[in-house]
Design a protein around this ligand. Structure first.
Ligand code: ARG
Length: 581
């Protein structure tokens, strides 16, 4: 609707230009917002106020001219001027009801991409395999997965890439330790964090061990078969840990999505050679560097992107350059999204710029770092266990499920215990995910069990519960919210009905926005408001006790679309809904 109104206003501006009322060189960016006070309209634009000065007119006078020049459209019931010159639009209730009927008849709920379908690579999760996955990767996995699902639902082709860190000098140390403890290595690898710590301890304590570890790095790089086999075994165990976390979280990554850093090993030499022939390389202290004009440190000195160390080794940046070239040449991506910690922002700006300068990717391939902030504990400090260690993800999820189980049990002591356990798991996992998804990704966020498990506010339990309320209406009638075609059509009469309907009609625009910006919190806010509007509607507009059958049918249809939108929206966030809880 906002897009439609913008278009109508743009047409009006063109007409006024043609009539000589507005200067022809004007190309305003037209803003249309949801009106704050519904009594004055559903949507509002400040266009007349923006253009008053260049037009040399009073805002209200210009608003009148714009309204007169506005093409008629059946979606718009009426237009008026408010305050200093806002143009307010009332949506036509009949037209709106028609839109909602169309959504209800469509398994896609009328959701379509507003841009041509693209091939989108989503790089997310991407933990380092040498260690256990930590909370930073939890954020990347959850947020990246939601955006991947939304892009897919809009009709884009999504290629998930789990760019795991499976290469580097720390593997020498781990392999040497595996050899030393060949008997119980398998068992010890159950706890990667500890395994890493033990290996590091040996490395620091014993010169002998350190020498062996360094030799293993050389062997690994040379492709020595027994060393390679050990490395593969280590990675497959570590990847198994990750996959267990994905499965438990309902993150849609599979082993087929893994393409780790090592997959690019064979390309790295070529990357450096190509940078050299492009005239982009400078040697500095024996290292191969790219200096780009736009990157300077605080003192104004140029910052290098190092692509090869003095000893010949390659770096994280080199691998990312190779990955970008692969994503263009082999995966034919139009757009690549990186869900990676905000602290890597400079890294991505640099490698994107180098890849473009070197022609590894075409100018029209979109590269976007979707950075996110740090996950802190409830105390606002970086998330750690009481003794300062890293929090293991499995422990975190266990605790979430147990706490949720206790809460649901209190609410429903009568439910059978296996159903309670299933509800507890869904609510616990949903809570962890939703808490993360509902905040703007770029801000730091505090992990707080009490807040995320509250049944009030913008939380998973509240949202999941809101869905069960809609479901219970249909359960009482013994019918499905997916099959309402036989009911009398929708009519939006009461304000609470129109407000719910107007919000439902914005699902498509919301998803398109989230796909563009990579910000699932906007979908959370949308769904939270949807649940709120449904509550008001439910209180003010009796469904089962409606005045007439046609009124009841209309309200049921509205409830069905609400239920389906809530369920679809939560599923796109990677959250499973329950029919009762
Ligand atoms: N493994 C990296 C880390 O844990 C994240 C990799 C992100 N993806 C990428 N293409 N650089 O910090």
């Amino acid at each position: 609707m906002k897009n439609l109104i913008s278009q109508l206003l743009a047409d009006a501006v063109d007409r006024l230009k043609a009539d000589g009322v507005l200067p022809t060189d004007l190309s305003p960016s037209i803003q249309v917002e949801n009106a704050r006070d519904k009594a004055h309209g559903d949507f509002a634009s400040n266009l007349a106020m923006m253009l008053a000065k260049p037009a040399g007119m009073k805002p209200r006078d210009l608003a009148e001219k714009l309204i007169a020049a506005l093409p008629a459209h059946q979606a718009v019931a009426s237009v008026n001027i408010a305050g200093p010159g806002f143009i307010n639009f009332f949506q036509d209730a009949g037209w709106l009801a028609g839109q909602l009927e169309a959504a209800l008849a469509d398994p896609q709920l009328s959701v379509r991409a507003e841009v041509p379908a693209q091939r989108v690579v989503v790089d997310y999760s991407s933990p380092n395999l040498a260690k256990e996955m930590h909370v930073g990767h939890l954020r990347s996995s959850i947020i990246g997965d939601a955006v991947a699902r939304i892009l897919e639902f809009l009709g884009h082709t999504v290629i998930r890439q789990n760019h795991v860190g499976d290469w580097g000098t720390q593997f020498g140390m781990l392999l040497a330790y595996m050899e030393e403890h060949s008997v119980d290595a398998e068992a010890e690898l159950g706890d990667l964090e500890n395994f890493y710590r033990q290996a590091k301890k040996r490395f620091d304590e014993s010169e002998d061990f350190a020498a062996r570890a360094r030799q293993r790095v050389v062997d690994l790089q040379a492709g020595e078969p027994s060393c390679l086999a050990l490395w593969e075994r280590f990675n497959s165990i570590s990847l198994g840990h990750c996959q267990a976390v994905y499965d438990r979280l309902g993150v849609s990554l599979t082993p087929a999505d893994v393409r780790g850093e090592s997959a690019y090993n064979a390309d790295l030499q070529g990357i450096v050679a190509d940078l050299r022939s492009a005239g982009l390389l400078t040697e500095s202290d024996g290292a191969q560097c790219v200096f780009l004009e736009q990157f300077k440190n605080a003192e104004g000195n140029p910052l290098p992107v190092i692509v090869q160390k003095a000893g010949g080794g390659y770096l994280y940046a080199t691998t990312d350059l190779a990955a970008m070239r692969y994503r263009h040449a082999e995966l034919h991506a139009n757009r690549v999204l990186y869900f990676v910690d905000q602290r890597q922002a400079l890294h991505f700006q640099q490698v994107f710029a180098v890849a473009r300068a070197a022609g590894f990717v075409p100018a029209d391939m979109q590269l976007e770092h979707m950075g996110f902030g740090t996950m802190n504990g409830a105390d606002g400090k970086p998330f750690k266990t009481r003794d300062g260690g890293t929090v293991k993800l499995v422990d975190l999820l266990d605790e979430a499920e147990q706490r949720a189980l206790r809460l649901v049990k209190e609410k429903n002591p009568e439910l059978p215990s296996d159903e309670l356990r299933a509800i507890g798991a869904a609510v616990g996992i949903g809570a962890v995910k939703y808490a993360d998804l509902s905040k703007h990704r770029s801000s730091d966020y505090s992990f707080n069990f009490d807040l995320m498990l509250s049944f009030e506010g913008n939380t998973a339990p509240y949202m999941m519960y809101a869905y069960t309320r809609v479901a219970s209406v249909f359960r009482k009638l013994e019918r499905s919210m997916d099959a309402v075609a036989d009911l009398a059509p929708m009519a939006l009469v009461e304000p609470a009905e129109t407000e719910l309907g107007a919000h439902l009609a914005q699902f498509n625009a919301t998803l398109n926005y989230v796909a563009r910006e990579g910000t699932p919190h906007v979908l959370c806010t949308y769904l939270y408001e949807l649940a709120g509007r449904f509550s008001s509607f439910y209180e003010q507009c009796p469904i089962l006790a409606a005045d007439s059958e046609t009124q009841r049918d209309s309200r049921l249809r509205l409830a069905a679309l609400t239920g389906r939108t809530l369920k679809q929206g939560l599923n796109l966030l990677g959250i499973n809904t329950l029919e009762r809880m």
